[in-house]
Design a protein around this ligand. Structure first.
Ligand code: SF4
Length: 623
């Protein structure tokens, strides 16, 4: 069997927590050539190994941690890691991405992938020290906040270089949108931390010492030097390197796409000077960055005065400035920083947490929930003290928090009384901070992305950036654009490359293929058409996985609010989302059947997925 040594560690580590079996398998040529790495390889393994209908919180579910062929090489912004699983929030295949250190460390320990399966019989953590792999007791860690867990493990092994990905108390309590926190970065969406909690795994701690070889080190260094120079000198990067996405609040507000009061509007009164960049800058402490990234769009902030004064913390990014800002009618920046801290400490996704609170606030506004239902909380828009109290209740599943910890879709099913229409989610995943009525291409991605409403997997930057920005209100042409963007992100996530250098034009596709070739020496990776086929293959295998779980066209709809209620204020005033027209065009671009949303046999076969077509045919899911 071919051994991959350049750009890859060449091995898959598999840990079965139930049997305590630890095995190593070679990375096969079939996986590498057809799926490159990262998200692609994980999607193929989960499709092959997870039986349809598996309960996401049962021992049978798997957590697949992956790195990519660029991780740990000199390449910038390329050392992110991905965890893939069946989501307890959506019931479909899910991948969550982080820029923390365990990806590179895992590869330095000799593994491109870590597959965790089964369930430990008591609280445990995984300790990977090069090829020494142990399942260790974690009674002393259970109940700790995520950062306390990291510090405790480092202290236990007396080594600060150990990288730790941990869950907080919310993952232990199976809050359905629990995150995995890797130092200051998180794999936050879809309940990946919930699955880790269900396996009784508090943390994964890794220390690696092996060198990561690349095929053409000179070429890699040359590309990296160019990137570092561009980031230093191109004015386009100045603002982004400083405040990152946090500077986007004013921009989105001006475009009328900053969600307000659970997506009832797209502009927020008084947001200027309260949540916009200059206000964030007032509490700025220092820049921060993911592992091996010169852009460094992260930042450390500190509130020094008022009721939310506290220690410096990393973030918040734009998504949290939306989910605990406009989404809940709040303009108190200190409260958003505090909410960010609670989410990171307890280990919950800030988007789903804020959006689920926004959902509860609208139910309160509409009289579906009253103060008694809400443990006495007055959930009036912008009541930041009540929002913080409710967030803590959700993070610990206390009182009404126990219902809301299920996410807005399941919570609505429990609450009833017509509350479903106020749950702003797709496939169970709450929406990020972009108003679909003012961004038709990005809205179409939120509807059709395999994860549910995820902006990271195929947002259309062409609608708001660049000299030739496309008309964001027009539905025409968005099916093709959305399909292109989703395939393109899938290619980057084989690397695993951050999407910001892609959107900002720093790492364009011609450069990415050069980098993949220089890292691995695999000639076919130096071909854009080949890589686009890989991207489409990934999207189709993720789609096939979801189809086995019962997903179809009906699951690709945005909430009815966007389809029937025109926005009343701001630049996107009067617009609704032309759902069926957009979906039809998207399915056509993908080669999927318009009636069912299923890929056709010819589409699957053209991507080398004939066995997938055969399986779907036996399930009656091939048009
Ligand atoms: S651009 Fe920002 S999110 Fe992307 S890798 Fe760099 S620091 Fe991380």
């Amino acid at each position: 069997m071919k051994q991959f040594t350049k750009g890859y560690a060449g091995n898959i580590l598999r840990v079965n927590l139930s049997t305590r079996n630890v095995t190593t398998e070679p990375l096969t040529e079939e996986l590498v050539k057809n799926y490159v790495g990262g998200r692609g390889i994980a999607a193929k393994i989960l499709y092959d190994e997870l039986a349809p209908g598996t309960d996401p919180l049962s021992p049978s579910n798997k957590l697949i941690f992956t790195t990519g062929p660029l991780a740990g090489t000199p390449a910038q912004s390329c050392s992110r890691w991905i965890v893939t699983t069946k989501s307890p929030l959506t019931g479909g295949m899910f991948r969550s991405c982080s820029g923390g250190g365990i990806g590179v460390e895992l590869k330095s320990a000799g593994f491109d992938l870590l597959i965790v399966e089964g369930k430990a019989d008591k609280p445990s953590y995984l300790w990977i020290n090069d090829d020494q792999v142990q399942i260790k007791e974690a009674d002393h860690l259970w109940g700790l906040l995520s950062r306390e867990t990291t510090l405790a493990i480092r202290k236990e092994h007396q080594d600060d270089k150990i990288k730790v990905a941990a869950i907080g108390p919310s993952g232990e309590k199976l809050v359905r949108f629990a995150a995995i926190v890797d130092d200051r970065r998180t794999a936050s969406r879809g309940g990946v931390g919930t699955v880790m909690g269900s396996k009784n795994i508090k943390a994964i701690a890794v220390l690696g010492s092996k060198r990561i070889e690349v095929a053409d080190p000179d070429k890699m260094r040359q590309i990296t030097r160019k990137h570092v120079e561009t980031v230093k000198n191109d004015p386009k990067f100045k603002g982004f390197c400083h405040l990152g996405t946090a500077s986007a609040v004013g921009f989105c507000h001006e475009l009328g796409i900053y969600p307000v009061n659970n997506f009832q509007e797209g502009v927020l009164e008084n947001v200027e000077g309260r949540l916009t960049g200059e206000k964030v800058d007032e509490i700025f402490v220092k820049d921060d960055h993911c592992q091996l990234c010169h852009i460094g769009c992260g930042m450390v902030l500190q509130v020094k005065e008022g009721s939310y004064a506290g220690d410096p913390i990393e973030g918040p990014e734009y998504e949290t400035l939306y989910s605990f800002g406009g989404e809940v009618g709040n303009t108190d920046l200190g409260m958003i920083v505090e909410a960010n801290r609670i989410c990171d400490d307890y280990g919950v996704d800030t988007i789903s947490a804020g959006c689920t609170i926004g959902f509860a606030m609208e139910l309160y506004e509409k009289g579906i929930l009253n103060r008694e239902d809400l443990d006495g909380l007055d959930l009036t828009w912008g009541n930041h003290e009540a929002i913080i109290k409710l967030l803590k209740k959700i993070a610990t599943r206390e009182g009404i928090g126990d219902v809301l910890a299920e996410g807005s879709r399941k919570a609505a099913q429990k609450i009833g009384k017509g509350s479903e229409k106020y749950a702003i989610q797709v496939k169970g995943l709450e929406l990020p901070g972009y108003e679909p009525r003012g961004l038709k291409g990005s809205g179409l991605n939120l509807a059709t992305a395999p994860l549910g409403a995820s902006h990271t997997i195929g947002q259309c930057p062409q609608e708001i950036m660049g000299p030739q920005a496309v008309d964001r209100f027009t539905p025409e042409g968005k099916g093709k654009l959305c399909s292109f963007n989703q395939d393109r992100v899938a290619i980057y996530e084989t690397g695993i490359v951050c999407i910001f250098p892609m959107a900002l034009g720093l790492i364009d596709l011609p450069t990415l293929k050069e980098m993949l070739f220089a890292a691995t020496g695999i000639e076919v990776f130096n071909d854009e058409d080949y890589l686009f086929k890989v991207g489409a293959r990934i999207l189709n295998i993720e789609r096939a996985f979801n189809m086995r779980e019962g997903f179809s066209r009906k699951d690709d709809y945005l909430p009815t609010r966007f389809l029937t209620e025109p926005l009343e204020t701001g630049p996107a005033k009067g617009h609704v989302f032309e759902m069926d027209q957009l979906l039809d065009e998207y399915y056509e671009a993908r080669g999927w059947d318009k009636e069912t949303g299923y890929p056709t046999r010819s589409t699957l076969e053209s991507l080398g997925l004939a066995p997938v077509a055969d399986e779907l045919a036996t399930l009656g899911k091939l048009p």
